[in-house]
Write a protein that binds this ligand. Structure first.
Ligand code: ACO
Length: 324
C-alpha cells in the first residue's frame, strides 16, 4: 500500500511585523536581520488566537483539499512547542473544533522537527493498519514564548500552522525517512521554566526563564551537521541519490543554513523552497506551510520527489522523501 498526502492547507495570522518595526522593539536593524538570517517580516497571532485556532484553520483547508468527509479522520496529531495548555492536548481541542468526536488525538513535541516526526508517526499508524486517514498538523505561536528583550531570538520567529491529511494514494507517497535526536544538546535551545523542572514562580520573572533561550551559534552548527546526516539516511532508505530530488523543503530557520546545504549538496538554490523572508521561523509549521505554498505556486508537479528536512530543539532532526 502506498501512503501519502491527500490534502494540504496552511494558515498565517494577518498581522505582519516587519524588520523595520523590530528596530523599535530591540536594538537591531533591518540590514542586520536580513543579511544574517534572510528574514524580512513575520506574522504574529492576534491576542485571541492560540495554537488550536491556527491549527483548526489550516486543518479545514487540508480536509477540503483532500476532498474527504471529516468523519473519515481517525487520528489527529498536533506537533507543537506552544500548546494552548499543557493539559488538555491541543490535538483534543482541534478534534473538537473540527467536530470529529471519537478520533484519537495527541500532541507531539519535537520542536521545529515536529512536523516530520508527526508525519512519520501518522504514516506508521496507517502502514500498521490501525487507521486509514490521519490529520497531521504543525503549528506554533512562538511569539508567546519569545523574550521581546532578547534581540538574538525574538527577530527569528513567527506564528503559523500547516496541516496535511494522510491516507492511501495510488502512486508515489512516502518513499523513505529518518528520525534522530541528540538529547545531549538539550540546553542549547530551551524554555527553562515551562514544566516540572522549574515550575513558574515569582522569581522566574527576573530570570526571564519563561522564555526561549538559545545558543544561536551552536544551533547553526548543529543544523549544518544534522541536515546532510539525516538526508543520507532517507536517500538510502528510498534507494535514491541527491540528484533524484526535485524539490527540497527545508525547515525555514535561516537562509545561510539553506545556502550552505545547497553548496554542500552541489544543488542549485532554485531546488530549495524558501519563504522564510515572509514568515521567519514558524517552528513546527514551516514545512507544511512551505509544501502548501510550493504546490499553490505550481512548483510541485505529479511525480516530483520532495525531500522534507527538519531540525530543532531537543536536539531533534529528521527527514522524509515523498513522491507527489
Ligand atoms: N541585531 C543586531 N545585532 C545582533 C542581533 C540582532 N538581532 N542579534 C545578535 N546580534 C549581535 C550579537 O550580540 C553579536 O554582537 P557581538 O559580536 O558584539 O557580541 C553579533 O551580533 C554576532 O552575533 P552572533 O550570534 O555570532 O551572530 P550570528 O551570525 O551567529 O547570527 C543567528 C545569529 C542569526 C541567531 C544565527 O546564529 C542563527 O541563525 N542560528 C541558528 C538559529 C536557529 O535556527 N534556531 C532555530 C532552531 S529551530 C527550533 O527548534 C526552534
Amino acid at each position: 500500500m502506498k501512503i501519502g498526502i491527500l490534502g494540504i492547507g496552511s494558515y498565517l495570522p494577518e498581522r505582519i511585523l516587519t524588520n523595520k518595526e523590530m528596530e523599535s522593539i530591540v536594538d537591531t536593524t533591518d540590514e542586520w536581520i536580513t543579511s544574517r538570517t534572510g528574514i524580512r517580516e513575520r506574522r504574529i497571532a492576534a491576542d485571541d488566537e492560540a495554537t488550536s485556532d491556527l491549527s483548526y484553520k489550516a486543518a479545514l483547508k487540508a480536509i477540503e483539499d483532500a476532498g474527504i468527509d471529516k468523519d473519515e479522520i481517525e487520528l489527529v496529531i498536533v506537533a507543537t512547542t506552544t500548546p494552548d495548555y499543557s493539559m488538555p492536548s491541543t490535538a483534543a481541542i482541534v478534534q473538537d473544533k473540527i467536530g470529529i468526536r471519537k478520533a484519537a488525538a495527541f500532541d507531539m513535541e519535537a520542536a521545529c522537527t515536529g512536523f516530520v516526526y508527526a508525519l512519520t508517526t501518522g504514516y506508521s499508524f496507517i502502514k500498521a493498519g490501525i487507521y486509514k486517514k490521519v490529520l497531521v498538523i504543525g503549528a506554533d505561536v512562538f511569539s508567546r514564548i519569545l523574550d521581546w528583550e532578547d534581540r538574538g531570538t525574538c527577530i527569528l520567529f513567527g506564528d503559523g500552522a500547516g496541516a496535511a491529511v494522510l491516507g492511501e494514494v495510488e502512486t508515489g507517497g512516502y518513499l523513505g525517512g529518518d528520525l534522530q535526536a541528540d538529547g545531549a544538546g538539550a540546553q542549547e535551545l530551551i524554555v527553562p521554566s515551562s514544566g516540572s523542572r522549574k515550575p513558574f514562580r515569582e522569581e522566574v520573572l527576573t530570570s526571564r526563564d519563561q522564555f526561549v533561550k538559545m545558543n544561536g551559534r551552536e544551533i547553526f552548527k548543529f543544523a549544518v551537521r544534522a541536515f546532510p546526516e539525516t538526508t543520507a539516511v532517507s536517500l538510502e532508505k528510498a534507494g535514491l541519490k541527491i540528484e533524484d530530488i526535485d524539490l527540497f523543503i527545508p525547515h525555514q530557520a535561516n537562509i545561510r543554513i539553506i545556502e550552505s546545504i545547497a553548496k554542500r549538496f552541489k544543488q542549485p538554490m532554485e531546488k530549495f523552497y524558501v519563504n522564510l523572508d515572509k514568515y521567519g521561523n514558524t517552528s513546527a509549521a514551516t514545512i507544511p506551510i512551505a509544501i502548501d505554498e510550493a504546490r499553490n505556486e505550481g512548483k510541485i508537479k505529479k511525480g516530483d520527489r520532495l525531500l522534507l528536512v527538519g531540525f530543532g530543539g531537543g536536539l531533534t532532526y529528521g527527514s522524509c522523501i515523498l513522491e507527489w
